[in-house]
Every structure is written in C-alpha cells, then in structure tokens.
Write a new protein. Structure first.
Length: 267
C-alpha cells in the first residue's frame, strides 16, 4: 500500500460536525477498462440522524464535507441495512428519508445504490442526459453511486464488515467507533465481488480544501483490495473511490463510472 494521509492543513472555519445527528441537521442547506483512478466529479454519500428510535438516512451530494446539498430519497434505488450483530434489518422509506429501527446498541451499517444517471457536456452546458438526447455532446458519462455509512448507537462490539453486493463498494474492516485518532482503518474495495486495485481518497469534517479535487488522504489498495487509512483526527470522515469502463453502447454514452463512498465517525 502506498499513498499519503496529509497533516498539513488544520481544521478551519469550515469545520462542521458529522455525527449522526449533525449531518442531517445541516441539510438546510462490451466493456474495456480505462482507468481505476478517480476523476473530478460530484458524488454522493449518506448522512444519518436518530429520530424516535429510528435511524433516518438521506443522500448527500458534493465533493467535501459538508455536502453542497441533500438529494431526494427518491434517488435511492435499493438499500441494505445490518444491525450490530451483522444481521440484515428491514428498511422503510418515507418521502423524506430511508430509515431503520434501532434495537441493540452498537454500530449499524446502511448501504444504498442510487439510480444510475447520465451527465453530458454539450454546447448548452452540462445536461443530465445521454447521447440519445445530445448526439453531438463533447462527452457523456453514466454514473452509478454506492453509498455506505456506519452509525454508532452504543459501545457494544459490532460486526461492520458487511458486503451489500454492489458492483463497486467500500467495506470497513473494523468498527471506527472502537478506534481512536492515530489508529488505522482497513477498507476493502470490491469491484464485481473481486479485490480492486486503485486509489482511495478521503477527507474529514473541518478540512478546508483549496479546490474541489483537493483531498488530504490518497492511498492505494494492495493486492487484497485493502487500503489502510490513518485516522489522523476525531470527527466525521468521508472516503470515496471511483472506477470506469467504456460504455457498452457508444451511441448512448462514452463511459460508465462507478463511485463508492463510506462515511463514519471517529470518537
């Protein structure tokens, strides 16, 4: 594993808590491999809050914490949730959020797949459409986002290394709520169920980026698909990776991208 976890920029005026409650409270606001490295693009992740003995989840959108905006829960295509024992638990959807009941204390895992989306650069600017609508587009990308979050509700030992079966996903190998600043978190990245080699980027709440693609964490996975993240500080964390291939039908789009994110809190 190679890469970097930078320490050269302290938390600044943009600091924001990303605990389960604060993340949503702040919402007022055929196939050929191209490259496994991330490219500059907006992507999605999950925020959660505890309401009346239920954890409610809302998708977010942007580059850094805090999110640029919240997304409608209608963007969620499918979801799986696991209780602290690693058992699948039922999800319920309302107009505002996806939620699960909180039973035993510990860390809950929720992983969702968002509906696929197209993005084309055209003479009229960016459009949420494919080449079927804009055949002369400069470029077209189809994206699928898999978003996972870990939310702790108590100190019990929890089983968090749960794969949801998405094409591309990030899976924490330890419970971050039982780690501390200075510890390392192993993250397994799978693509179509197999270990993936590439770059994982990350940031924390309060990091003040100089530009959208400025991330203080950039590490490579090893042959097992494992990236080791140095948890340099407490608070909310956001990790993401992206991979892409040529789109199967070039008359529809140029490339297919998969984005995967993992959010959690270090106590």
């Amino acid at each position: 594993m190679t890469g970097s976890n930078r320490h050269d920029r302290p938390a600044g005026a943009r600091a924001v808590s990303t605990t389960a409650t604060a993340l949503v409270a702040g919402l007022a606001i055929g196939v050929a491999l191209l490259a496994p490295t991330p490219t500059l693009a907006h992507f999605s992740w999950l925020a959660a809050t505890l309401v009346d003995e239920r954890l409610a989840f809302v998708p977010q959108f942007g580059h850094h914490l805090p999110a640029q905006r919240a997304l409608s829960v209608e963007r969620i295509d499918s979801a799986m949730a696991f209780d602290p024992a690693g058992q699948a638990t039922r999800t319920e959807r309302t107009d505002q959020s996806l939620s699960i009941a909180v039973g035993a204390p510990g860390t809950y895992v929720l992983s969702a797949r968002l509906h696929p989306r197209f993005w084309s650069r055209t003479t009229e600017g960016g459009r949420n459409a494919s080449r079927r609508d804009y055949p002369d587009a400069f470029s077209c990308r189809a994206s699928i986002d898999a978003v996972t979050t870990l939310v702790n509700t108590g100190t019990a030992k929890s089983s968090v290394a749960q794969a949801a079966g998405h094409d591309f996903e990030l899976i924490a190998q330890q419970d971050p709520s039982r780690l501390s600043a200075g510890d390392r978190l192993e993250v397994l990245i799978l693509f179509r169920g197999q270990p993936w080699q590439g770059s994982l980027q990350g940031t924390w709440a309060g990091y003040a980026p100089e530009h959208d693609d400025d991330y203080p964490v950039n590490v490579e996975t090893d042959h097992r698909g494992i990236a080791q993240i140095e948890l340099s500080r407490r608070g909310g964390w956001l990790l993401w990776a992206s991979t892409r291939e040529l789109y199967a039908d070039p008359e529809t789009c140029d490339e297919q991208a998969w984005n995967a994110t993992l959010t959690f809190e270090v106590p």
